[in-house]
Write a protein that binds this ligand. Structure first.
Ligand code: NI
Length: 170
């Protein structure tokens, strides 16, 4: 088991679009296991491969029901209903902000054995999945700040030497 170094948002890898994982997906078992251990140690509820410097579409999370690994995940649909939730990120240390996102999403992904599945998630799990999938597109939660929070958070980011949020949309 290896605890991996976590990259922060000043690193380019956090702003890149991640590449697809290649078959067989079982080749990522050790990487996923190390990511899960790194996530628990941090501690965090989710970790995307770009956060450990690997630009691949691989995510691990634990929204309270044990560890889940997502290979090449993709959001299929999002609810119109939204929810507000205080988010943080291991790659944006010491900063949290209330972010508004769809309350539930349906996504597809593969597991490490190569099985494709679809799942509809809501609540905390929907929040984590959306946050982690954003990482695969080079998007951070600080790109999704509510206008009322932007000035204060940008000030904090600047103070911490972190790049000021770039406005991006999916
Ligand atoms: Ni994050």
């Amino acid at each position: 088991m290896t605890i991996l170094p976590i990259y922060i948002c000043t690193d380019k890898v956090l702003r890149q679009k991640a590449a697809d994982c290649a078959k067989p997906y079982s080749q990522y078992k050790a990487l996923a296991e190390n990511m899960i251990q790194t996530m628990y140690k941090a501690p965090g509820v989710g970790l995307a491969a770009p956060q450990i410097g690997v630009s691949l579409k691989l995510v691990v999370y634990d929204a309270g029901n044990g560890p889940v690994v997502l290979i090449n995940p993709e959001i299929l649909s999002s609810s119109e209903q939204t929810a507000a939730y205080e988010e943080g990120c291991l790659s944006v240390p010491d900063i949290t902000a209330e972010i508004i996102r769809p309350a539930s999403v349906k996504f597809k992904a593969f597991d490490l054995d190569g099985y494709k599945y679809e799942k509809e998630v809501t609540g905390m799990e929907a929040r984590v999945v959306q946050h982690e999938l954003d990482h695969l597109s080079g998007i951070l939660f600080i790109d999704r700040l509510q206008p009322k929070d932007k000035p204060a958070i940008e000030k904090l980011l600047k103070k911490a030497g972190m790049k000021v949020a770039v406005q991006k949309t999916r």
